[in-house]
Design a protein around this ligand. Structure first.
Ligand SMILES: *Cc1c(COP(=O)(O)O)cnc(C)c1O
Length: 363
């Protein structure tokens, strides 16, 4: 605390990201990174850009990242998406931040689930946006009828985080129809692991913004690229905020790598399918160990053991060099969120858990 701080900074409660340990050789299953490397075409595109860096790094990058917007639009061409309907940013966290300021700051409180991405209340604090949380059902599902409240906008991840629960596209369509006067933001950070993207609905609903990241399903958490797709007017609002903040959120290497990643559908499909297969295998192994495991459409699972505390399990895993995420929050403080690693990492995890359970049982 300092007298030089603004009163806003005094009031902030910042987001706490999952730990990025400096130690290597850990089995790192705490921040939903992809266990597989990005497409080799990404590495080649960045190398090409670097080969030319003596010339190109001297110059600012394209402030609009037009090549990337064209690549995203082309990927969703079946839904008639145009490049001008795409907004790009420095990770989807930045895209979300701009969406809160540009589209979710109104007189009435915005709504989001009580258990959800813990960055949402942080943006509300930063931008002074009122919000109310809507409790998830007992089984952690989102019930769209519960959102029938006057609101300044609605935002949720689909699949939800950290639960992994998926809301079917038909429910999102009903929500959009019921709230034509409200902005609805669907954060699809994990949609590629088992959901259907609401980008299909964008050209039918002018109040829908869909946010994606290259951090999870494209294995590029380190490159910091995210994007949003919506009606031209929504993208214009985001551009106005972005151009009042930082004109060049994506550097030359990020643009080159992101374009290559979007264009390599085959690598994407292979690695996403591998994660999905490992998730289902891990789920059955954990069920066999007596864990309760929510069905997941994401690259993580959300689980609890009826007999063992989540804090105790997380600490015992850490002693064995395995890190998972434990949120000390109401309703979920007995759950663990475990990222789907490689099959080898999943096996190490299952062996460690079965040892820990035996040890606790006999000790
Ligand atoms: C990981 C995640 C993001 C942020 O992704 P970045 O593009 O890496 O900033 C956004 N929303 C949810 C729900 C996430 O889990």
């Amino acid at each position: 605390m300092s007298r030089y701080w603004s009163s806003l900074v005094h009031r902030l409660t910042p987001y706490v990201p999952g730990e990025q340990p400096k130690l290597s050789r850990l089995v790192k299953l705490n921040t939903n990174e992809n266990p597989y490397p990005p497409s080799p075409r990404v590495v080649a595109a960045i190398a090409d850009e670097l080969a030319n860096a003596g010339e190109s790094l001297r110059l600012y990058p394209d402030p609009n990242a037009d090549r990337l917007k064209e690549a995203v639009a082309a990927r969703y061409a079946e839904f008639g998406i145009q490049p001008q309907q795409v907004f790009v940013g420095n990770g989807s966290d930045e895209v979300l931040a701009h969406a809160f300021m540009a589209l979710l700051k109104h007189d009435l409180p915005i709504l989001f689930p009580d258990i959800t991405y813990s960055f949402y209340p942080v943006y509300c604090g930063l931008y002074d946006i009122a919000y109310s949380t809507v409790p998830l059902a007992e089984d952690f599902a989102i019930h769209i009828e519960d959102y029938a409240i006057a609101n300044g906008g609605i935002i949720f991840p689909n699949p939800n985080a950290p639960t992994g629960c998926l809301l079917p596209l038909a429910s999102i369509e009903r929500l959009l129809a019921a709230h034509a006067e409200s902005m609805i933001v669907v954060d699809e950070a994990y949609v590629d692991f088992g959901g259907e993207s609401a980008i299909a609905l964008v050209n039918h609903h002018a109040n829908l913004l869909v946010v994606h990241t290259l951090s999870k399903s494209r294995s590029l958490a380190g490159l910091r690229v995210g994007y949003a797709v919506g009606h031209y007017d929504l993208v214009e609002a985001l551009n106005r905020v972005k151009n009042s903040f930082n004109s060049y959120p994506l550097d030359r290497l990020a643009i080159a790598g992101a374009v290559a990643a979007i264009n390599d559908q085959e690598h994407f499909a292979t690695t996403s399918q591998a994660v999905i297969r490992s998730r289902e295998a891990l789920r059955s192994s954990l069920l066999q160990l007596g864990f309760e495991v929510l069905p997941s459409a994401a690259n993580f699972i959300f689980t609890r053991h009826p007999q063992y505390g989540a804090g105790q399990l997380a600490a015992a895993l850490r002693e064995r060099g395995i890190i998972v995420r434990h949120f000390k929050l109401p309703r979920i403080d007995q759950h663990l969120r475990i990222t789907i690693g490689s099959d080898e990492q999943c096996q190490i995890l299952v062996e460690a858990l079965s040892e820990i359970l035996q040890f606790v049982r006999s000790g």
